[in-house]
Every structure is written in C-alpha cells, then in structure tokens.
Design a protein around this ligand. Structure first.
Ligand code: ADP
Ligand code: MG
Length: 394
C-alpha cells in the first residue's frame, strides 16, 4: 500500500455513538469556503448534516450545506450561538476565534481538532516554537520586532531572508522576501509593520515541496495519505502530483516527520503537513493546517477515502477509511487566473472543455471570482476554477 502507517483504525470497544446515530448529529463547520463546500458534499453522501458559519450569504458551501448561519467565525458570540445547534464543531479555516472554542470546550462542547491545536497553528511563529519543542526538523526561525533585530537575523541567516507574518497568512499573503539588508524596511512595511507580529526564517533552497495529509481518529489512531509533491505558482498551489516521484526512503522520512508533528497536537480530524525536501535529502516542516487542504483535493477521485470523508469519519468517532490510492497516479491542476477579465474566463472554459475530453479527468468549479474577492478582499489574484485529472496510465 502506498499509504504509510496503515494501522487500521478500529472502533471496537469504544464508547462512541454507533454509526446508526450519525445522521442525527449535526457537524458545525466554521467557514463555508471551497473546503467547507467539499466537506458538505462528502457529508451529504454519508447522510451527515452539516451546518456552516460564514459571513457571506453566497459562500461556496451555501448551496450544499444542511444549514447556513450567516455570521463571522471570528466573532466569539456568533461562534457560541452557532455551537448550540451542533454536536461537534470543526473548522475549514484556521483563522477563527480560538479563544471562543477554548471556552466552549470547557463547557463540554466537542471541538475536533481541539482548540489548543487551532491556537497553536493559527500563529505561525507559535506553531514553529511548538514543533521545535518536539524535535521536528525545520528551517531556523526567530521573532523580529525592530529594525535592528531583523538586521541581526539577516546577518545570522543570510539572504534571501524569508519574512513572515505570524497570523492570518494564506496563499503567500503574509510572506515577503528580503534579498539584502537594504530591502528589510520596505519588506517589513509591505507586511504591515512589526506591530502585526513578524518573524523570519532561514531561506530553504528546497528541491521539492511535499505534503502529507494525516488523519487522526478520536481514539488517537493515525493514517497517512501517500506523500504528494506540490508545485506553487505565485505562492498558490498550482499542481499536485500524487504520489510524489521521490525515492521510497524519502517518502518514509516525509511521512514520519508529518506523523510526529500531528501526534504533538490534540484532537481528531485531517491535518495537512507542508514539507520541504532539500537537495541533501533532509525533510523540513514548513507549516501545518488543521483541516482538509488544497494538496488533498485529488483524494476525492484518487483515493479510497477522500480527505473530506476522512475528516468527517475522524471527528464523528467513526472508523477511519483507507487512504491508499485507487489509481497508480493522479494530478490536480489548479487554474489560476490573473485579473484578465473575460479572457481569463475564455481560457478557463477552453481548459474545461479539454479536460472533459480526457477519460478519467474530473472538473471541480469552486468559487465565483466575485465571491473570492469578497472573502479575501483583493482583486490581485483570483482562482477561476479547479481542474483535477486522474492519470490512470499504468
Ligand atoms: P502560506 O501560509 O501562504 O501557505 P507558507 O509559509 O507556506 O505560506 O509559504 C508559501 C510558500 O513560500 C511555500 O509553499 C514555499 O514555496 C515558500 N516558502 C515558505 N517558506 C520558505 C522558506 N523558509 N524558504 C524558501 N521558501 C519558502
Ligand atoms: Mg503554506
């Protein structure tokens, strides 16, 4: 089997509710973006009810969820109210009010993964500190809060220097590269200044970027999906190759680093571990997401259990499914459009047409650009559609 750590998760002897009761329980998801939408689609197949909390009336998950509560996942009061109608709370985005989740947990509300995991992950600097305590290999990093401290870090780590915001980062927003000492102050300003919380990382000249999706059940069993390679374009995941074309030994190392990282966090669900593979065969952790991830979309068609179904199984205390691939290889191709107006759409439609003519390829359209703007507040870049093809050749 391609999936490592294939210990089958058993629920025998557990006190979790029987499968029969699943349809009566409501899974509450903080966020209704495309990941939330795909979670709802998997839930619908399994007869599971999903309520979502998202501020946008027309968010991607709106059309497929059981119930949409319009409200902010950053607003403690809204989260608390939302929790009343849910049997288990989970997230499709980590930038939620984690303090509210912590309070709710103390009152007996089930959150999976645990609020502690979300608190650690939503602050990338805290995340790094946490994983370094557990001996997870990573690029050197240090907090910076003044021009002199970032200059000192530049002297120690050298250039280029990766400068990152601690919080609210996604798709490369929140990262900036300083190529020499003279660029430091403009890079810091481009990230909103030191007051927003910054840290720096030593530049990692990686050979490949890898990702491992790890699922953990409520009783602590873990299963790992086959290691994939991710190729980014402008910091957005552009291409995923499953399985990664790397030696078996490196796959084992990547899987063990990912599993060790996830075992240091609390709670059930699917986690994604982004990794760097260096030219001297080291595997370094980049960052972790406490939820389904872009690098796991292909699992819908390519694996026995999709990351979305797996997340639901995990948080509801059901047996974990088989993460192994059904096809020898799969590719996920994410079409990113620059702000090209109509020509972007024409290109997208041409690509869809081509994809529909490839046997075994599937097309998933996930967000209208205007929704993307509303959600992320920028027209700088937008995702037109997502196109997944399964390459089933032997
Ligand atoms: P995001 O939260 O936006 O995914 P990441 O911290 O994962 O931000 O960085 C986005 C991309 O930037 C990574 O996928 C990788 O390509 C590149 N990157 C991040 N950290 C480093 C680093 N220390 N050295 C070199 N490249 C990096
Ligand atoms: Mg990342």
């Amino acid at each position: 089997r391609a999936g490592a750590s294939m210990e089958p998760a058993s629920t025998e002897g557990q006190s979790d509710p029987p499968v029969r009761g699943v349809a009566d329980r409501v899974v509450g998801v903080l966020g209704g973006g495309q990941l939330g939408k795909m979670l709802c689609q998997a839930a619908s197949q399994m007869g599971i009810k999903v309520a979502i909390l998202d501020p946008l009336k027309d968010c991607p998950a709106n059309s497929v969820c059981h119930e949409h509560v319009v409200g902010s996942f950053n607003d403690g009061v809204a989260v608390r109210e939302f929790a009343k109608r849910c049997d288990v709370l989970t997230v499709e985005i980590e930038h939620v009010d984690a303090v509210a989740l912590e309070k709710l947990e103390k009152q007996g509300v089930v959150c999976e993964p645990k609020a502690s995991a979300i608190t650690i992950i939503q602050d990338k600097y805290r995340q790094k500190g946490h994983f370094s305590k557990f001996g997870i290999p990573m690029a050197d990093f240090v907090e910076v809060d003044t021009l002199s401290s970032i200059e000192k870090a530049g002297e120690i780590f050298g250039y280029p220097l990766m400068v990152k915001s601690k919080r609210l980062a996604y798709d490369g927003r929140g990262n900036a590269v300083a190529h020499d000492k003279n660029e430091l102050s403009s890079v810091v300003s481009s990230l909103g200044g030191f007051e927003h919380g910054l840290y720096v990382e030593r530049w990692t000249p990686f050979a490949k970027e890898l990702s491992v999706i790890v699922a953990r059940s409520r009783d602590g069993c873990t299963v790992c999906y086959p290691v994939v390679e991710t190729i980014h374009k402008d910091n957005i995941c552009h291409l995923v190759e499953a399985p990664a074309q790397i030696p078996e030994k490196m796959k084992k190392l990547a899987t063990s680093v990912a599993e060790k990282a996830i075992k240091s966090l609390e709670g059930a669900g699917v986690f994604a571990v982004e990794l760097f593979l260096t030219n001297d065969n080291q595997v370094l952790l980049n960052e972790v997401a406490p939820r389904p991830h872009n690098s796991g979309h292909h699992t819908i068609e390519a694996c026995y259990t999709s990351q979305y179904e797996q997340h639901l199984r995990a948080i509801l205390g059901l047996p974990l499914g088989d993460p192994a691939m059904k096809a020898p290889a799969a590719i996920m191709y994410n079409i990113l459009g620059e702000d090209e107006g109509d020509s972007g759409f024409v290109l997208a439609h041409q690509l869809i047409k081509r994809a529909l003519n490839i046997p075994g390829a599937s097309v998933h359209w996930y967000a209208k650009p205007e929704l993307f703007f509303q959600r992320f507040g920028s027209k700088e870049r937008w995702v037109i559609l997502q196109l997944w093809g399964l390459l089933c050749s032997m």
